[in-house]
Design a protein around this ligand. Structure first.
Ligand SMILES: [Zn+2]
Length: 957
């Protein structure tokens, strides 16, 4: 869902490399061994229990009921690849893998068996990551069976107390899996060179981080042995470097007793190996690097950020000032993107850390080869403008109000804050002390105290960070073919210097047209009939204008209300004269550039920034059109007014369109695998192709609006779905006032059949896109799916069970037994075209020389499932996983919105949303039949991607 330009997420600097897996509590059972860490933070969430055991292990415990019936367990180890000895490169990560391959209480693969038997999944519910500075293990288990929770804690205890067995045979077996991960993450040769170069610039030559990539060296991974792994485990997995985090539907006092009993026993090492604090050299003057290669022309400028304060109030203050400083800059660069004269394509502000001692702030601009320096000067001037003037008080007040609205929402929806989110905060708090352990209410209270003191002068002082040359890094990338004079150190420094000495005017404050969204309340329509769907709690209304409303009250998030208007039709019904050119981009324009009623886009955004309205998206697909809104129930009337106006008075003017054109034409879309598949299946039918905006310049306002009215002119053909924290009594009058009287006709649309039928043959093709030693396989089954409403759910269950069985079997065979790949993705979906179709995708990477054999293994597994289905044990495991997933899905409003839309479109009784699975358990025969139907032996597309011949020879890994 596309958010209304939310005010705070600044593009995080993606780490250059990352690798994948209170009631007043009773006093501690053995207080002698546990010390409550009240001194840790002056202000702390009262629901959070933090303590340190006598052996130094820290623990965080918080009861949290979202999702109900689950608990998040974390073992956080303050040790990562930067601590590796020369013969251990990649072993911190390898060790993390070994934790899943046998522990004291879970030998061999029994840990994964335990997780799956509890209805959880390897990956989403059991995972870990290793980076330069830490290793974090994550396990989610249900809490409705004390036995399972106890076993979950035992898993953590094993890992923390030397219980990871590191069996030599298992080490040998895991080599191929970790190499598979290295291979899957290996970028093409050119990107490898660029990334290696950028790491050197960012870390500075000689930094230990440069030689300690978490994935390590393939040569060492290939020959991994028990001893270096055991040494790393012994040296660094010790109580004073570990924390246990437990957040979920649990009793904190009972968990605290468990932690003291279980983890208090871990002996404190007598002569612990000193943990070095890896440093990154900070250059005393600006580092300027000009790189020529297969790159996009860009300039990235980064500054080190001072170490995070520790005191919660100081942390909150710094975050507030940073956001108030960066947000107006973000908006200014967005507005500049709409100018034809701008010297850059895009500017992304960046904030984040590449490694613990390298916390950075800065920007990256992308421009044309001949305008890099002009673009740099333009961006720096905006930074300097902020440094000289801060932001004008009226604009600052608006920003503050928007920030408060954001924090009020966080506080109001605190009950919906997920245990994963809390666990992530506590993990960061333990590792960097930059995480906050205050509640959303406390953060809001602090913000209310702090914000009045943040003046334009405070912002100006904060914005002066850009003038600092200590630790400043400038990374210029220029395509080697560009015939322009590359920037030099001198020319870059001259730009910094001249901008710093230029007196600049204060940022222009735009006078915003205020005033209500609607001045006249519409004359209401009527609810013609009401039906209650008991089991799902959905109320259905038929309206006087023919439209339908489906309302699901839900307290999953007390501060969330979702609205969606949907109708069948889409591009399939747009006449050619309108479709080609402008027509297909109108939804994107409405979402990105339109206003409503008397408010243009900017007025609307500013007006809504201080409210709880969070999203407005318009979409037109091949067979349907929709409008989606989200916000706080406190803005219920505003949300209905916006929905009403999106039908009756969308405002797209020439100025907004002109700006959008300049913005959209560069809004390329990474061509995904799914796009490629859709293109194959679209067989060239333009109405089925993904919409791209690089023809934005051709857009004609009138033609675009003609398509819009063609699609959204008849509200009678729409179904309005509302999910969220409201009551029938609150929603009914708003439905009558804003929806029941929307313009409508009696026409009911059915999408046109594009007459693209599934392939009826086997298609195999081999392509050679890779210049690295990697091969990838993609197997696709696609075809018609059950269309009878009564059939859909049963068939959907069979299809999902089938892919569940395939996923487990392929993972066991190709990863665990043959160590040939890091993972196998098995994915299924159904989709309307407009008749329901299904798709099954199987994809994995492997070493080129093994791909042939692995494909044969995959096809053999498909054959065996077609012939014999699956065992009752496999089927019951998948059924448990499906039912467990449903438990948490029903606690998610987006899930309800998606399900109501699907069930209503397919005319499946809405009450089946809470009971979608059949009562009778699936039989092996039924699954064999499903495999023959959905995985036909001679009808599929199999694409094998291999390396170019030249790449195959290098390293031969
Ligand atoms: Zn991994």
């Amino acid at each position: 869902m596309k958010a209304l330009p939310r005010r705070w997420p600044i593009a995080l600097i993606v780490p250059l490399v990352a690798v994948l897996a209170s009631t007043s509590p009773a006093p501690a059972a053995n207080s002698a061994r546990a010390q409550r860490s009240d001194s840790l933070d002056t202000l702390r969430d009262p629901a959070l229990v933090v303590g340190t055991l006598a052996n130094g292990l820290r623990y965080y415990i918080r009861a949290n009921a979202m999702p109900a019936g689950r608990v998040e367990l974390r073992l956080v180890v303050n040790a990562g690849s930067v601590l590796e000895d020369d013969d251990q490169q990649g072993m911190a990560h390898f060790l993390e893998h070994m934790a899943f391959n046998g522990t004291t209480h879970f030998p061999q693969q029994s840990l994964i068996d335990f997780v799956e038997a509890s209805g959880m999944r390897f990956g989403p519910d059991l995972n870990a990551y290793t980076n330069y500075d830490e290793t974090v293990y994550m396990l989610t288990v249900p809490t409705d069976e004390p036995r399972i929770l106890a076993q979950g804690l035992t898993v953590m205890q094993d890992w923390a107390s030397g219980g990871t067995l590191i069996d030599s045979a298992e080490v040998v077996a895991e080599r191929g899996v970790v190499l598979g991960e290295w291979r899957s993450r290996l970028p093409d040769t050119a990107s490898q060179t660029i990334q290696k170069h950028q790491r050197t610039v960012l870390f500075g030559s000689g930094a230990r981080y440069l030689d300690r990539l978490p994935i390590g060296l393939p040569t060492q991974v290939e020959t991994a042995r028990r001893e270096p792994l055991q040494r790393f485990y012994k040296d660094w997995y010790r109580p004073d470097l570990m924390a246990v985090v437990v957040v979920g539907d649990i009793d904190p006092a009972a968990i605290e007793r468990e932690i003291v009993d279980r983890f208090g026993k871990i002996p404190k090492p007598t002569k612990p190996r000193p943990r070095p604090v890896a440093k990154v050299p900070v250059a005393s003057e600006t580092v300027i690097d000009v790189y020529r290669g297969q790159v996009t022309p860009s300039v990235q400028v980064l500054w080190p950020v001072a170490e995070s304060p520790r005191e919660p109030r100081a942390i909150v203050e710094r975050r507030l000032v940073e956001q108030l400083m960066l947000q107006p800059l973000e908006e200014r660069f967005l507005r500049m993107r709409e100018l034809a004269s701008r010297p850059f394509v895009v500017v992304n502000l960046q904030r984040g850390s590449v490694a613990r001692p390298l916390d950075l702030i800065g920007f990256q601009l992308i421009a044309w080869p001949d305008s890099l320096e002009r673009a740099l000067a333009t961006v720096l001037a905006e930074l300097e403008r902020g440094a000289q003037h801060g932001i004008p008080k009226p604009a600052l007040d608006l920003q503050k109000a928007a920030l408060l609205a954001h924090l009020e929402h966080a506080a109001a929806s605190a009950p919906a804050r997920s245990s994963k989110t809390y666990a992530g905060e506590y993990t960061q708090h333990y590792l960097t002390h930059a995480g906050l352990v205050v509640s959303a209410e406390q953060e809001l209270k602090l913000a209310r105290e702090i914000l009045p003191g943040i003046t334009p002068e405070v912002i100006a002082r904060a914005a002066q960070f850009w003038r600092a040359s200590v630790g400043r890094k400038v990374l210029v990338s220029l395509p080697e073919l560009a015939h322009t004079r590359p920037p030099t150190r001198a020319s870059i420094l001259a730009i910094f210097d001249s901008v710093a000495r230029t007196a600049l005017s204060a940022p222009a404050a735009r006078t915003l047209a205020a005033g209500p969204l609607m001045t006249v309340a519409p004359t209401g329509g009527r609810i013609a009939s009401e039906t209650r769907h008991q089991a799902s709690g959905i109320t259905e209304w038929k309206l006087s204008n023919g439209a339908r409303v489906l309302f699901k009250p839900s307290q999953n998030d007390p501060d969330e209300l979702l609205l969606r208007a949907w109708s069948a039709g889409g591009f399939s019904l747009v006449p050619d004269s309108l479709f080609f050119g402008s027509g297909r981009m109108v939804a994107r324009m409405m979402t990105q550039a339109a206003g409503l009623g008397a408010h243009d886009r900017e007025d609307l955004t500013a007006q809504l920034a201080t409210t709880g309205v969070r999203e407005l998206t318009v979409d037109i697909g091949y067979g349907d059109e929709s409008i989606a809104l989200a916000g706080s129930p406190s803005e219920m009337e505003t949300l209905f007014q916006m929905l009403h106006l999106q039908f009756t008075a969308p405002r797209l003017d020439t100025a907004a369109l002109a700006g959008w054109k300049n913005y959209a034409k560069y809004q390329g879309r990474a061509f995904s695998l799914l796009d490629q598949l859709n293109q194959t299946f679209a067989r060239g039918n333009p109405r089925l192709m993904p919409v791209s905006t690089n023809l934005a310049e051709l857009v004609d306002l009138n033609r675009a609006m003609a398509v819009y009215h063609d699609r959204f002119g008849n509200a009678g053909d729409f179904t309005f779905t509302i999910v969220g924290a409201a009551t029938v009594e609150q929603i009914r009058p708003l439905v009558e006032r804003y929806l029941a009287m929307l313009p409508a006709t009696t026409e009911r649309e059915v999408p046109k059949d594009p007459k693209v039928r599934p392939f009826l043959m086997r298609m195999r093709n081999t392509v050679k896109p890779f210049d690295i030693p990697k091969a990838s396989t993609l197997l696709v089954f696609d075809g018609m799916f059950a269309t009878e409403p009564g059939e859909y759910l049963a068939e959907r269950e069979r299809l999902a069970t089938l892919t569940g069985v395939l996923s487990a079997r392929l993972r066991t065979r190709l990863r665990e037994e043959l160590s040939a790949t890091y993972g196998v993705n098995v994915f299924d979906r159904t989709y309307p075209l407009p008749m329901e179709h299904y798709q099954v995708l199987i994809n994995f990477d492997a070493a080129p020389e093994r791909m042939g054999a692995m494909n044969r293994e995959m096809l053999a597994i498909l054959d065996s499932v077609r012939a014999n289905g699956a065992t009752r044990a496999e089927l019951s495991k998948i059924a448990t996983i499906q039912h467990r997933q449903l438990e948490t899905q029903l606690q998610d409003n987006d899930y309800w919105m998606q399900r109501i839309g699907l069930f209503d479109r397919l005319k499946i009784p809405l009450d089946r949303i809470v009971t979608p699975y059949s009562d009778t358990s699936m039989t092996p025969e039924a699954l064999s039949a499903a495999a023959q139907r959905y995985l036909p032996k001679d009808v599929y597309i199999h694409t094998i991607a291999m390396p170019q011949d030249s790449a195959k020879t290098t390293s031969g890994r």
